[in-house]
Design a protein around this ligand. Structure first.
Ligand code: ZN
Length: 146
């Protein structure tokens, strides 16, 4: 895609620090890391978000994420790391080409994901479950057509 910064990285029009690459995916250092070594796993096919990611790319994305996470754990002797993806601007997505973040974590890194946890009332969890299961059943029909 012409104006996509990640497509330009994939096409080598923009330099990036590439850690891993195969036919389907590229892994590059995030230039604005939340911790050093923060890596972006980017499928080579342009797709806006997770729902647009072609099914044949799932495995390659997770394979690359595991290679990177393993290397970060070994190299930085990590006790933990995060895998995350922002999908949609309201969720913090800023580049609209799907990508998965792999981020080293440290005990004293002062990074917090601030969560405002909700609580289901009596019987509500089943109501939510029933509604979502019903949507899964109807959406699987259209999903197979994507
Ligand atoms: Zn792109």
């Amino acid at each position: 895609m012409r104006d996509c910064i990640f497509c330009k990285i994939i096409d080598k029009q923009i330099p990036a620090e590439t850690l891993f690459e195969d036919d389907h995916v590229i892994a590059v250092l995030d230039i604005n890391p939340i911790n050093y070594g923060h890596t972006l796993i980017i499928p080579k096919v342009h797709c806006r978000d997770f729902l647009a990611l072609p099914e044949e790319s799932y495995g390659s994305v997770l394979h690359a994420a595991k290679i990177i996470a393993n290397a970060l754990v070994i190299h930085y002797k990590l006790e933990g790391y995060n895998l995350f993806s922002n999908n949609g601007s309201i969720a913090g997505q800023s580049v609209f080409h799907f990508h998965l973040h792999v981020t080293p974590r440290y005990r004293d890194d002062n990074i917090r994901f601030v969560l405002n946890l909700k609580h289901y009332g009596d019987g509500e969890v089943k109501v939510f479950g029933d509604a979502i299961r019903k949507t899964i059943q109807s959406s699987l029909i259209s999903y197979k057509e994507i």
